[in-house]
Design a protein around this ligand. Structure first.
Ligand code: PNS
Length: 174
């Protein structure tokens, strides 16, 4: 069984990510979408929220599972019996970052290879950061993210008067 891991921040998931997920799930027997839990980053959405948004969007794809991971992605892949990491490539500008990451991962574990899928052209300019910026200034983002994600973005950003408002500390609130 060919198992692949699609790791990322997914803060939040966009149609660009979902394009890669749908295409990778048609290639591999099982695809694990792995959300990085990174204490040094301050995401807009908590790991739990990012997982919920992903799980909802991936529901029609029975061979896709969404999980959180921390630590090295190659260690996570090994723990799940996966020998392939999937990454999307949008443009030449992505290449350098992806090249360094794929090469480092191969040095860390030569049994894990990275496979790149070119993002479909209609989503080639989308990123989670850009979507957050557009939403922050009141722009309509429903073309680029699922409706549930657009709603959560609106709620989160409205609550902060448009200012970035990381999730941290908010989950403990009643
Ligand atoms: O969506 P992103 O932020 O581009 O995803 C980056 C991610 C999560 C794939 C990358 O930061 C990662 O794999 N982090 C885990 C730590 C790790 O394994 N680092 C070594 C690889 S360079």
């Amino acid at each position: 069984m060919a198992v692949a891991v699609y790791p990322g921040s997914f803060d939040p998931v966009t149609y660009g990510h979902l394009d890669i997920i749908a295409r990778a799930s048609a290639i591999f027997d099982r695809l694990l979408v792995a959300v990085l839990e990174n204490p040094s980053k301050t995401p807009l959405f908590s790991t739990q929220e990012r997982l919920e948004m992903l799980a909802e969007a991936c529901r029609p794809l029975p061979n896709v599972q969404c999980e959180a991971f921390s630590g090295l992605v190659v260690d996570y892949a090994r723990s799940r019996g996966a020998r392939v990491l999937v990454r999307g490539l949008r443009a030449v500008s992505d290449f350098e970052y992806e090249f360094v990451m794929a090469t480092m991962n191969r040095h860390l574990n030569a049994e894990v290879d990275t496979v790149f899928i070119m993002t479909s052209s209609e989503y080639a300019f989308i990123s989670s950061s850009l979507v957050k910026e557009v939403a922050r200034f009141g722009g309509d983002v429903e073309r680029w993210v699922p409706a549930g994600v657009a709603r959560r973005l609106k709620e989160r950003l409205a609550a902060s008067g448009g200012r970035p408002q990381p999730w941290q500390g908010r989950e403990a609130a009643p």
